[in-house]
Unconditional design. Structure first.
Length: 208
């Protein structure tokens, strides 16, 4: 990467990897957008986000790269979409809750903390429709947590690991959401190794 960093929003579009925002050394939030082209093995800087933030969720829908939620000097519900054809960002309808947001697809399976002096974990699961620019509440996660990873596998969105108390303690939970049925349930054996934001390795066990 052009510079060290962590907690970036990530998306893959047209065979390229997009990294937005995040924390650089000394926990400095940045607004940068970097694009990696594996065919050329090169990085390119694109238009920065309107404001720095870290811990946001990232997803690609209909040719746009969405960056959702995250933190600045506080937890935010900001949603912005990057258009590579215009090299420009546009604001979209904000998330219903503020904070870090793992997200894949059109469903935001996320937990959040929203008070600076106290952890308040939520199992909220929200779906964003780009056509109507609107959010809809869906079936909640059985395990409320923060710092989880999320990924689409087949017809389900898997939510893995995270923290379950405040200050957070690691969770081995593995749960899967099925959008057509609006059903969220355990997804198989728990993780073998856990991850929050401390560099530990996560393994997805039993997800098929």
């Amino acid at each position: 990467m052009p510079a060290p960093g962590h907690t970036m929003a990530v998306g893959v579009m047209n065979g390229k990897l997009y990294l937005a925002g995040g924390d650089h050394p000394e926990n400095v939030h940045v607004a940068t957008l970097q694009v990696y082209d594996p065919a050329q093995d090169t990085w390119t800087s694109k238009a920065s986000m309107p404001a720095p933030r870290a811990g946001a969720g990232g997803a690609v829908v209909d040719g746009l790269f969405y960056v959702l939620g995250g933190t600045t000097d506080r937890f935010v519900s900001v949603v912005q979409a990057y258009d590579p054809a215009r090299n420009a960002w546009a604001s979209r309808s904000p998330c219903r809750r503020r904070g870090p947001c793992p997200l894949r697809w059109r469903s935001a399976a996320r937990s959040t903390r929203w008070r600076p002096d106290q952890w308040r974990l939520h199992g909220c699961n929200e779906e964003y429709d780009p056509a109507s620019n609107a959010w809809t509440a869906r079936a909640a996660m059985p395990t409320a947590r923060v710092g989880a990873a999320a990924v689409a596998v087949g017809n389900g969105a898997y939510v893995v690991g995270g923290g379950v108390t405040g200050p957070p303690q690691e969770s081995a939970a593995l749960e899967v959401y099925f959008p057509p049925r609006d059903e969220l349930r355990p997804g198989g054996p728990a993780c073998r190794t856990l991850r929050l934001m401390d560099g530990l390795q996560t393994e997805l066990a039993g997800a098929r």
